[in-house]
Design a protein around this ligand. Structure first.
Ligand code: PLP
Length: 365
């Protein structure tokens, strides 16, 4: 009999699939619990934009029709909202799928994809999916991307660099000046993907204004999502912004109906729901303050984060605490797959959920 494993693309053999946060329903089944607090996937605890929900109800009766493959209305809304042009936009089924699409479109087998140690886990998986060489550059001692070392690692085989700003799971970030210094060193035949999944949560003044850099750095691609502050993670919709030439190729390579019609309409409505976005941002800042106060009181080390989550050092008991939290109906994110076995990542939930997390954590400590 033929050995079917030999048929597979070589990159898949060593690929370890992405480990998502444990779904609420799974924990309910496993532990026969009925109330679960999920602080594991950086979702918006306030839920979806109410405007998006209204739009969904209206659009539901049209799901027998194929979606608009060109996402006309969502692109129109984005073009109105940001200083960008329609020809710069690619819409995707979540930013994961866009990051994959970029690699699929541009990276040839054995070319190099560079990313940081502790960088978002999908970067390595995507490199393997396209049979590229995955090059992981050691992070700095504060867990952040070492942009100088990443730039120094670029060689003639390099095609793509993934940067997350802020990064998940560390919450670390780099400034406008650091980004410009970095981009100045990168040859124009190397694409730089700036993953800004948490862009709308950031309030730091020297955070990059990345859209303004697009005209000076034609090799830059910016990726943003409706999964985080907009509260639409379950619908899967995101966009990337790049020069028209790059965008044209990405749109040729993407599948024709890659974003469903409900997702397109909900995202269009959510984008202009300023009230929901501002409320979510305020809530996040408040809950982040609460977390930092509590962590300081408990004398626990954490990595300073500008996202909607924080990574806490719990030492050798981290995995035990993860299990014990599960038993109490609280899902957080273990980071062993990032080689951070002493840390747990916790998303900021609703106020009462966060209080319950600290109540249980104090008992465990
Ligand atoms: C959550 C996250 C994404 C994925 O977002 P989707 O749009 O839901 O695929 C991408 N990058 C980073 C850094 C993230 O944390």
């Amino acid at each position: 009999m033929q050995d079917l494993t030999n048929l597979v693309n070589s990159g898949i053999i060593t690929l370890k699939p992405y480990i998502p946060g444990k779904p609420i329903e799974t924990l309910k089944r496993e532990y026969a619990l009925d109330h679960i607090i999920k602080l594991a996937s950086n979702e918006n605890p306030l839920g979806p934009s109410p405007k998006a929900l209204i739009s969904l109800k209206q659009d539901m009766q049209n799901i027998h029709l194929y979606p608009d493959g060109d996402a006309f209305y969502l692109k129109s809304a984005l073009v109105e909202y940001y200083p960008i042009e329609r020809q710069q936009l690619t819409i995707g089924n979540g930013s994961d799928s866009l990051l994959h699409l970029i690699a699929l479109t541009y990276v040839k087998p054995r070319e190099k994809i560079i990313f940081s140690q502790f960088g978002f886990a999908m970067y390595k998986i995507i490199a393997q999916l396209v049979n590229a060489q995955a090059v992981e550059i050691p992070a700095k001692s504060d867990w952040s991307h070492d942009l100088q070392a990443i730039a120094a690692a670029v060689d003639t085989e390099t095609k793509l660099i993934f940067l997350a700003n802020p990064n998940n799971p560390t919450g670390t970030w780099f400034s406008q000046n650091e980004l410009i210094n970095f981009l100045d060193k990168i040859p124009k035949h190397v694409l730089v993907v700036l993953d800004e999944a948490y862009y709308e949560y950031v309030t730091e003044k020297d955070y990059p204004d990345s859209l303004k850099l697009l005209s000076s750095y034609p090799n830059l691609i910016i990726s943003r999502t409706f999964s985080k502050i907009y509260g639409l993670a379950g619908l899967r919709v995101a966009y990337c912004i790049a020069q028209a030439e790059l965008t044209d190729c990405l749109n040729r390579a993407r599948l024709p109906f890659n974003v469903n019609s409900l997702a397109q309409h909900a995202a269009t409505a959510a984008l202009t729901d300023d009230a929901h976005r501002k409320h979510s941002l305020q809530h996040n800042l408040q809950q982040k303050d609460y977390f930092i106060t509590q962590l300081n009181q408990l004398n626990l080390e954490f990595i300073p984060s500008i996202g909607n989550f924080i990574t806490i050092k719990l030492g050798e008991n981290a995995n035990k605490f993860y299990q014990q939290l599960l038993e109490k109906g609280i899902i957080v994110r273990p980071l062993t797959n990032y080689s951070m076995p002493e840390h747990l990542r916790v998303s900021f939930g609703k106020a009462d959920e966060n209080q319950q997390f600290f109540k249980v954590l104090k008992q465990l400590l």
